[in-house]
Write a protein that binds this ligand. Sequence first.
Ligand code: HGY
Ligand code: MN
Ligand code: MN
Length: 417
Amino acid sequence: MVAAPGENLRVNGDRLWDMLMEMAKIGPGIAGGNNRQTLTDADGEGRHLFKTWCDEAGLTMGVDQMGTMFMTRPGTDPDALPVYVGSHLDTQPTGGKYDGVLGVLAALEAVRSMNDLGIKTKHPIVVTNWANEEGARFAPAMLASGVFAGVHSLDYAYNRKDPEGKTYGDELKRIGWRGEEAVGERKMHAYFEYHIEQGPILEAEDKQIGVVTHCQGLWWLEFTLTGKEAHTGSTPMAMRVNAGLAMSRILEMVQDVAMSEQPGAVGGVGQMFFSPNSRNVLPGKVTFTVDIRTPSQDKLDRMRAKIEAEAAKICEALGVGCSVEAVGHFDPVTFDETLVTRVREAAERLGYSHMNLISGAGHDACWAAKVAPSTMVMCPCVGGLSHNEAEDISKEWATAGADVLFHAVLETAEIVG
Ligand code: HGY
Ligand code: MN
Ligand code: MN
């Protein structure tokens, strides 16, 4: 049993908030949020600011071949495996200021508070900024942590293309953040990730802390439908090979499949492309990605099978070609019980209201859990809104979660002296 920190140990919430507001100035969005997409110049700027703060905190940087940043605070036992604490600094194109960023900067704040308090730990602490968590520019999401966990090869990752056809590998080199470290060679004693909930439950239940026990599983199914380019005005309805109509029927069907698997299932589409995307040309090609998620393995597999089978029927009836590729996937995740208990006990000790939570969104912790004991801490967000520039949290919420993270990390890294 490792010693738990005293309840008076807290982070410096003002300093955490100041860092969040400073980072939010980099890669500003158009409505108060952020557009700091992975491997853009803005991402590079955000990385440099983060490194500056880590340098001030006396951390040593390591960067791997996927561009993930590992900032180490030494422990007293050189043989002890480090406790990793992190999340991601990259954002959606219309992202909020806190998704991912809160977890990276709260991990840094925990280390800065250890420095202020003169705390030594047996295990080193490694503050981590995972590259390309969002998967917005280069699918799939959690790409770098997926390579780290052995789920994707480096070659697969380097060849992922953004909508302009640029590859991950080229863009990583262009911004100068391709490290030399082999990906995944680092061994972890444990991994913690602090994140906004990105859902409405904690706020609705008036709870300050989410004790995350699980994360729901996901499929990203990329459909490519082939129709026939033709004049939207002079082509009789009976002669049309209408890929756009097939897409709309598939979207309706995805909604029905997700609703048929309630409670605890979601399905929808966030991205689609028409080609040639001209107002008066029926599309020759339509590509879109269906995003389905649920904590239940059976439901996840059943939904995928149903959607693919029904889509094939819809396309056949319209004479539209249909191909589908799974471009993202992870099964439902169960986090480490010992670490989950430490998070819960830390919330208790600190007097914060809390409840068990299943994460709706995917996180790098889902892949870290494949290679080390892992868990998450969550705080509420206003209206449950995220992946929207209006994403909002309070300083109090941010600080409470950071205090819990601080305690759980200290307990796991083992305070010495
Ligand atoms: O898609 C997700 O759940 C995460 O935001 N990348
Ligand atoms: Mn995130
Ligand atoms: Mn996100």
